[in-house]
Design a protein around this ligand. Structure first.
Ligand code: ADP
Length: 376
């Protein structure tokens, strides 16, 4: 009875673990296999069988365990990568008369590696483009100064210094995003929410952008009939999110396009909408758009630059407010990003009306956040 119990528990265990297990005699005849093995290996082609036979032969000849990687295409047509361990089972005379095979699915490691490689090749490009522009502007300045006979170099200097400045800001933005995303993911981000009027806060950001610069004839329109609405939020963080979404809405827009920013107050949440008339986002991409480093598309087919860190950071910054961020989009028609912030205020705290002045610091932040819009 006890043995029957042990046997059924063992079978239950073997059939419910992720590892694929099969047991073969020294002639390659299968003596046992578990459920995972059937699911993953039963319909694999001749190539796998032949390779398995070669490796089993090696184990029998050397009487030593073996570990190696095996790529297979399983019954569902999926490509998977397994780590195979072959353990020799010996008789009293130390002859190998069977082999226990344990296969662990390591496909996630290859997926991670693929993501990592895609991400690093994008980042390399992201750093190189502005750095190349900085270097070529410096070279050009140097060359022009050497051959200059007029002595009035002001215009030439101003143009090239502007290029150097914008491209330095791009690198700064990229570095800031990386540092902040890492900080937030490790729980090290400082968070200072206070009571503020969200209506004039969002309006001030839009006004500042409009005063700062016009992009490719794109119109940024702030539209609301709300007077005032007090919420508890961290202005630095929400400013960052709004600037990132507006920057994308401009970057991925069409010439003479529009960006509409509006506010809506619902029962539990205040919703800030950033809608554009741009290129839109395809269905296959929209579900992963907020994931870190999701932007691993081909650089040469891209409409505009980007590291794919901005939206992941925006999502994290909204979530520390217990809010959320969502997107709806149609290819060729445009996209709408909605930030939802909970309608919470701190009753014991005054309303901070000194929160948002268009000063040098806020202008610098705007310049940094909008620096990666490359205009033709
Ligand atoms: P970055 O803009 O630095 O690449 P983001 O995380 O901000 O990083 O955006 C990720 C990707 O999402 C962008 O590269 C772009 O392909 C897509 N995207 C974001 N916003 C928009 C938008 N408003 N319209 C179209 N595509 C967008």
């Amino acid at each position: 009875m006890e043995n029957v119990f042990k046997h059924s528990v063992l079978k239950l265990t073997l059939d419910n673990i992720g590892e694929c297990i099969f047991y073969e005699d020294r002639n390659g005849r299968m003596l046992y296999c578990n459920k995972s093995y059937i699911e993953n290996f039963m319909n694999t082609g001749e190539e796998y069988k032949e390779y398995n036979a070669i490796k089993s032969k090696e184990v029998i000849e050397n009487s030593k365990a073996l570990k190696y990687s095996q790529k297979i295409i399983n019954t569902n047509g999926e490509i998977k990568y397994f780590e195979v361990t072959k353990i020799p089972i010996t008789d009293d005379g130390q002859n190998v008369n069977a082999i226990l095979n344990i296969m662990k699915d390591k496909s996630y490691k290859y997926e991670l590696e693929k993501l990592r490689n895609g991400f690093f090749s994008n980042i390399k490009h992201e750093f190189r483009t502005p750095l190349n522009m900085i270097f070529s502007s410096i070279q050009l300045l140097d060359y022009k100064c050497k051959i200059c006979k007029i002595g009035n170099c002001k215009d030439c200097f101003i143009n090239n210094l502007q290029l150097i400045n914008t491209n330095s800001l791009r690198i700064l933005k990229l570095s800031n995003n990386f540092i902040d995303l890492t900080n937030i993911q490790s729980g090290c981000m400082d968070f200072n929410p206070r009571n503020h009027d969200i209506v004039s806060f969002v309006e001030s950001i839009c006004d500042s952008i409009n005063n700062y610069k016009k992009f490719k004839d794109i119109s940024l329109i702030f539209d609301t009939n709300l007077e005032e609405h007090i919420l508890r939020f961290d202005t630095d963080k929400i400013e960052r999110v709004i600037l990132n979404l507006i920057s994308n809405a401009i970057k991925f827009n069409i010439p003479k396009g529009y960006v509409y920013v509006s506010l809506k107050i619902e029962d539990k949440y205040t919703k800030i909408s950033i809608r554009d008339t741009g290129i839109g986002i395809c269905n296959s991409k929209i579900n992963t758009i907020f994931e870190s480093f999701s932007n691993v598309e081909n650089r040469f087919t891209k409409v505009s630059e980007g590291s794919g860190v901005g939206l992941a950071l925006s999502k994290a910054l909204v979530e520390i407010h217990n809010g959320n961020i969502s997107v709806e989009s149609k290819v060729g028609e445009g996209s709408e990003f909605i930030i939802s912030l909970p309608n919470i205020i701190n009753e014991s705290e005054e309303i901070d009306i000194t929160y948002y002045k268009v000063d040098m610091n806020s202008l610098e932040r705007i310049k940094i956040e909008l620096s990666d819009i490359y205009e033709q």
